[in-house]
Design a protein around this ligand. Structure first.
Ligand SMILES: Nc1ncnc2c1ncn2[C@@H]1O[C@H](COP(=O)(O)OP(=O)(O)OP(=O)(O)O)[C@@H](O)[C@H]1O
Ligand SMILES: [Mg+2]
Length: 234
């Protein structure tokens, strides 16, 4: 298994944000995590990238990530595109993208991956020398995803890539994420837009109050009464 969590828990002081979560992602799979505000989606991704401490089993390709620092997890092939993008707004598009490759020494492969990012998001090649703070929100999200890809992930963690983005760009971004999966990279994506997530993901976990409330294939969950009522509004 690429990623496997068993009984994973995270607390902030006395508040339990994740309680005994078990989930997995197979090689090349596209898995979405749905759930309302405060459900624990971002906490889950932070626990996986080791930017938040957790208890329980956290394994990548059979090896425990517990105790490893966040940069070591990047080196193993897990790249996190965080909530709110966290770009360097005063640096150029190209500098921000290249920061995603800071651990890599394979210059020619890095150059090839930059070409891959540009083919996914052609606007970024055109805007390479532009200062990131002057891009639109959707374009900044493309930079954030592109930066994570520059780390050459086997597993890409995406935290609400479509939040605050106009419908047209949102479709473009989800289609690009689908193409990233088709290139062989597994994806674990937190998302509140259930409709879009069910369209692109193979499998879905629904988080509510730090617990897994539902899980299954997108096809199954699309017909689930609870999902239809609460998340699809139908
Ligand atoms: N650094 C922190 N310190 C204390 N509590 C936190 C911290 N980060 C998150 N929490 C709490 O943990 C719970 C889960 O938060 P989390 O950010 O994981 O939710 P989320 O599902 O990503 O929500 P959203 O959709 O709004 O981004 C919330 O109750 C939140 O208030
Ligand atoms: Mg969040």
């Amino acid at each position: 298994m690429l990623l496997e969590l068993r009984e994973l828990s995270v607390s902030y002081g006395k508040a339990v944000a994740l309680a005994n979560i078990s989930l997995h992602v197979a090689e090349g799979e596209f898995v979405a995590v749905l759930g309302p505000n405060g459900a624990g989606k971002s906490t889950l991704l932070k626990a996986i990238s080791r930017s938040e401490a957790s208890t329980g089993a956290l394994e990548f390709r059979g090896e425990s990530l517990q105790g490893h620092p966040a940069h070591a997890v990047v080196g193993k092939g897990i790249c996190h595109c965080p909530e709110g993008r966290r770009l360097f707004p005063e640096l150029t598009v190209l500098k921000n993208l290249m920061l995603g490759a800071y651990l890599r020494r394979d210059a020619s492969a890095v150059a090839a991956d930059l070409k891959v990012v540009y083919s996914l998001f052609p606007i970024l090649e055109e805007r390479g020398p532009q200062i990131v703070s002057t891009l639109s929100g959707g374009q900044q999200q493309m930079v954030a995803i592109g930066r994570a890809l520059m780390g050459k992930p086997a597993l890409l963690l995406l935290d609400e890539p479509s939040v605050g983005i106009a419908h047209r760009l949102k479709i473009e971004i989800f289609d690009a994420i689908k193409r990233i999966q088709q290139s062989g990279c597994a994806i674990l994506m937190a998302e509140q837009d259930a409709q879009s997530a069910l369209r692109v993901a193979d499998r879905v976990y629904v988080l509510e109050n730090g617990h897994v409330a539902r899980s299954g294939s997108s096809d199954t969950l699309r017909d689930d009464d609870h999902i239809r009522r609460i998340y699809l509004g139908v």
